[in-house]
Design a protein around this ligand. Sequence first.
Ligand code: GYE
Length: 607
Amino acid sequence: MSCLAAYTWSRNSADYKNEVEYVIGVSQANVREAWRIALNQEIEEEVKKYPNINIITTDATSEPEKQKQDIDKLLEFGIDLLIISPCDTGKLTEKIKDVFQGNIPVIVMDRGIEGFDYSLFIGPDNDMIGRQAGEWVVQLLDGQGGRVLKLCGNSGSIQSQERIKGFDSVVMDYPQIETSTFNMDTELKDKAYDAVLSMKGSLKEIHVIFANCDYVAQGAYEALESMGMEKGIQIVGSDGLNGKDGGVDMVMQGKIAATITCPTGGREAIQYAYSILRQESGVPKQVILRSRTITKGNAAQYLESLEKECFDKGETITVGYSQVGQESQWRLANTHSIQEAAREFNVDLLFDDADQSQDKQIAAIRRFIEEKVDVIVVSPVVETGWDEALMEAKAAGIPVVMSDRKAETDEKDLITTYIGADFLEEGRRAMRWIRDNIPSGGKVLNILELKGNQGASPTLERRKGFVEVLQECPGYQIAYSEYGDFTYDGGKRIVEGYLERGGWDVDIIFAHNDDMALGAVEALEDYGIVPGEDVKIISVDGTSDVFRAIIAGKINCTVECNPLLGPPLMKAIRDMVAGKEMPVRIITEEKVYDQSQAEEVINQRAY
Ligand code: GYE
């Protein structure tokens, strides 16, 4: 409904709130930058579709302290949900945490904050934006090499740093491309104009300028034009806003060679806010928006796609789902969630259980292609080896979604979206819990690691995250590590084998999933070792069986990995078939549980 960009606080909040069902507060970092103006416009446009929602927008003028005051004012007003684009992630993290823990849902946009004390994060992958810019610069130089100037506005911002890091990660593989950097302290066009003008003499050796935002790209272009050099140097920008002098417009005018879009997420923010306020299922923890490389060849088509009305006709969608197998309680809960949600979202599900065999999954993908399903979903048993089958799906025009586990492909654009957990963070959380709850007492404690199946993304990333934190903790070491394939018997076998070799010297067991942890418990008890006391046990998943073991004192902690992917998956599929732009990643909500709260929450567990 109405949006009050410059709401006067004198208005009686009771009157204003009585007009609608929900009032959403939008705390903007500023309303000066073009990208933020676009974000505001997108929010205002989308909220018109919800007559029962009013929004109030505040402008922090890029001042963290003012943004905190704005938040307080919005809370005093009595908002039902806060959308915030923080002007300084570090300085706003605690404030956002207070709001969230005060039971006001919070959607954080654009710049991530530390930790996970919020309802939902929606933002771009700035590292990906930088990588896409780097890939286009490599194409522009056509493998011949050349000199690239990185013109970096506001070099202190996380967004700029991530874009430059992503850009460098691509061009560093081309030794014939030399780069130099010019850091500015703002992203203002005039600053970029002056900076490029000041380089006049040295510009003759430059072939391409990469600007980490289109504002800066515009200033660079105008400076080159004023010196008659605009034909000799190509410019790649980022943000890709449409509208006059936006990145897309500059591409179409031939002023810049390309821009990488940085979607604002304003539309998604209102859509998810509505779901959160109505306590609907399927709301993830993070939605990472897709960025596109816009060039003269696809700019018009891109603008048309923005105009396309996305409408879900509610027709039945046929989905081919290739599931890993039935190796764990988590997997059974995951399968149940997928099948339940398919019914709820009017999806005709062709379901295949691969019994942890990649060959069987590839055969299933090919069968789905023959049956001309609308969408193929794969929970890939391992990360690699999918290119051929996914290229066949692409050739057949069938989009592929990766659910639960990730797949790596050499070919680009074979996977539309990934829905699942942040396995890296799960590994970090496991080791942080050990560090904070099992003091090493000046010794070096031995950790026995029970790993999932070899080559699986949860196995690779949980270990990587765990080791990342372990390296900062001298009082601990991984003394032994073996693949247990995420099964109960796998965990039991590894611990029995270690015990049989004699000399039990393990202080802690880190299991990549609950089933292996429970198998380890049985093996320890058979040997008269008290699990949870003589040996501390930390696992991942958060299934009900492990909560019972935690309450019984046999396991000490479980890091949640949510298997209930059905609702967000089916919602994303329906959105995709309706023509909506798909996020590149959708990450689920997860917590850490130990003996201090297991009893309190076990009855609330959904799996
Ligand atoms: O942790 C385990 C299952 O892929 C995240 O696979 C999933 C993992 C989960 O077997 O229990």
